[in-house]
Design a binder for this molecule. Structure first.
Ligand code: MN
Length: 291
């Protein structure tokens, strides 16, 4: 287990202006991370050439993440919304390719938001078909697709690892894996280790977020249990820190995630702390496994 340690750009910046891009890239590298997760919620707003050259300048890897929106969704039976959703996914894939990312992850199958009712079979079928199409195109470009399992207030399609596996079977494409996030697992799963064991090598991307999305270790997540499960599953993919505060506002993302309060203001301290925390958890989980 020799994982890439990443950080979500939401720790640093909202919109991807040139100044913000440089700031996010330099602070990510300075805090010791290997990977910067680029928020692709508004994929055509980003200057991919500049982002890529800045990442390359400091030697950082990248991933792109996004959630769909109610006006451009694939978890729908509305033909016009579906078409816009598929276009959004194509744009996100182009963004991932443009910045040199090897991973396109997040809520790629659904709006990231509270649906008024359960998913319909037709919407589910459309979502699976759109993900299959995306996965085929992504494979040609050497990019893996990760479907993030999020809580019931942020999608109605699936909310647990077991349900995600059912959906993966419906998609039926080898270039699609599951993306787990401890913040969502804490809401929906019975514990933090069995979902990891259940997924095995179909787990391809991990977000570590505290129960309130603030400093790691200051909430109720059972971190030793989660990291032990990753080590026991021999998980080799990225581990990306995700945290949100009203101190950094992304116009396209903060409201969807219900970021209403200020959990931190010093993002440099937060990021350094998170890197040391993840590193420490991985080391002690490995040491425990070796005993
Ligand atoms: Mn997440």
């Amino acid at each position: 287990m020799n994982n890439t340690i990443g950080i979500h750009a939401g720790v640093w910046i909202g919109a991807w202006t040139p100044e913000n891009t440089t700031l996010a890239v330099e602070r990510t590298a300075a805090a010791g991370y290997d990977l910067l997760e680029v928020t692709g919620t508004d994929p055509t707003s980003i200057d991919t050439t500049f982002v890529r050259s800045e990442l390359d300048r400091v030697g950082l890897q990248s991933a792109v993440s996004l959630g769909l929106t109610f006006d451009a969704d694939v978890n729908t039976e509305d033909a016009a919304v579906l078409e816009r959703g598929r276009t959004r996914l194509e744009q996100a894939l182009a963004l991932a390719e443009g910045v040199g990312a090897k991973y396109l992850v997040g809520c790629l199958y659904s709006t990231l938001g509270k649906y008024p009712g359960p998913a319909t079979w037709g919407a589910r079928r459309n979502a699976a078909a759109a993900v299959r199409e995306l996965a085929t195109e992504a494979q040609r470009r050497g990019i893996s697709i990760g479907l993030e399992v999020v809580n019931r207030y942020e999608t109605n399609l699936f909310n647990t690892a077991a349900e995600a596996l059912d959906f993966l079977d419906e998609v039926g494409h080898p270039n699609v894996f599951v993306h787990l996030d401890t913040y969502h697992m804490n809401i929906e799963e019975g514990d933090l280790d069995r979902p990891v064991a259940l997924l095995g090598d179909r787990l391809g991307y991990v977000h570590v977020g505290e129960s309130h999305r603030g400093y790691l270790g200051s909430g109720t997540i059972d971190w030793p249990r989660f990291f032990r499960a990753l080590v026991e599953a021999d998980y080799g993919g990225p581990i990306t820190f995700e945290s949100f505060s009203s101190a950094v506002v992304d116009p396209a993302l903060s409201n969807a995630l219900a970021v209403w309060r200020n959990l931190w203001s010093d993002n440099v301290d937060l990021a350094r702390h998170a890197h040391a925390f993840i590193d420490g958890q991985v080391r002690s989980a490995r040491a425990g496994a070796a005993r």
